[in-house]
Design a protein around this ligand. Sequence first.
Ligand code: C2E
Ligand code: MG
Ligand code: MG
Ligand code: MG
Length: 297
Amino acid sequence: DVAMYAAKANGKGQVQTYHQGLLKADAPRLTFEWQLAAAAAAGELVIHYQPIVSLPNINCTGVEALVRWQHPERGLLFPGHFIEIAERTGVIVDIGAFVLRQACADAAAWQHAHAGIPLDVHVNVSARELDHDHFIDTVLDCLAATGFPAANLILELTETVILDAPVAIERVRALAAHGIKIAVDDFGTGYSSLTTLRTLPVDIIKLDMSFVAGALTNTVDRTVISAIVRMSAELGIETVAEGVERLDQQRFLEGIGTNAAQGYLYARPMPAASCARWLEGNLRDADASDDKMRGKS
Ligand code: C2E
Ligand code: MG
Ligand code: MG
Ligand code: MG
């Protein structure tokens, strides 16, 4: 807009000034987009894993894969800085394929390390990825290559992703027919939560953290979240609460029968090596409490 203003004010040389201004203004953005397009191949994408735990016993049942970009100059960037751009430019297709492959490989290794425990891995999927003709093949190839069980792969989709394109609905059904599980992410924040449940084979509902945050202070949030959990139970859908930060939130969620929780109260998203150590600790604690219940300790 500065360039436009300068161009108008300058009169005669306006076209040239405008173009120079445009180039200058867009150079950093274009550089960022090119860097992002090359990031996966350059090995700059990193996956952090955040554990998901069962309620009320706090045993880890799975992890969510959350991508980060180790930018050469800007440091570790969170998805909020680049996912939208990746979706707009289409680079999300490559990023998504990388995340799927790496997450299944890491989770397969953790399953082996712990004698085949049924650890789930959750992977976020954008509309643009589901829209791509090769998406189903990408997912199936990834399972075949890593040996990771389909039943332990959960694709996290938002309501908008699912209902934006008719082809998306067919693809999600096809994936479900292969035994892959479907979670609706940020449930309750879109316009069509209930339609999603009528349209698709949903296995898991992720209760958005805004409801979790509001549950203890706001009557509407408390009523909505309780109703979603009750409805899910009747439909045979599991519930996972996102963004659990405090014990009073956990207590409330347990009270209404939420199946699982994820949040800083248990663990922050962390690199694969740290997650492997965290899993060992959590599984050891789970064994110890099983032994206690069987009277062994
Ligand atoms: P999401 O799938 O809803 O992921 C949950 C977000 O909440 C993550 O943010 C996580 O770090 C954050 N979080 C977890 N526990 C807590 C808590 O107790 N308190 C608070 N305040 N936040 C918590 P993150 O990692 O920045 O990711 C943001 C979003 O980016 C994700 O939201 C997801 O929509 C998207 N995303 C992340 N990785 C990928 C990916 O590989 N592909 C795609 N398409 N999208 C991704
Ligand atoms: Mg998610
Ligand atoms: Mg979410
Ligand atoms: Mg969210």
